[in-house]
Design a protein around this ligand. Structure first.
Ligand SMILES: [Cu+2]
Length: 107
């Protein structure tokens, strides 16, 4: 059972590295991590995403910013939803992280 769990973890890690070929999107943050009261949630329009791999690229990059609690991305809808602590990070930093990947942020 333990070995099986390790294999699952390795497979998930490999999938996360697969980029655009990866459609098995895992959430950037696990469920059950409550956002503190100070966090705000903002929906950002993003163009240029074409698949789940693009969503994962945005999720992993934005999640690395200090103060970001949760990131969701939807390539079909062309948007990312970010929950963050406004005392630690701002929309401009999030926008910059997304644009650095080659996607366009509206506004
Ligand atoms: Cu893609």
């Amino acid at each position: 059972m333990t070995r099986f769990a390790v294999l699952l973890a390795l497979a998930a890690g490999a999938a996360a590295l697969a980029g655009c070929a990866d459609r098995g999107a895992a959430p950037a943050n696990g469920p059950g991590a409550p956002a503190p009261a100070a966090a705000v949630t903002e929906t950002i329009k993003v163009s240029g995403m074409t698949c789940g791999g693009c969503e994962n690229s945005i999720k992993s990059s934005v999640a690395k910013l200090e103060g970001v609690r949760e990131v969701q991305a939807d390539h079909a809808a062309g948007r990312a939803t970010v929950t963050y602590d406004p005392a630690k990070v701002d929309r401009a930093a999030i926008k910059g992280a997304i644009e650095k990947l080659g996607y366009k942020v509206e506004g």
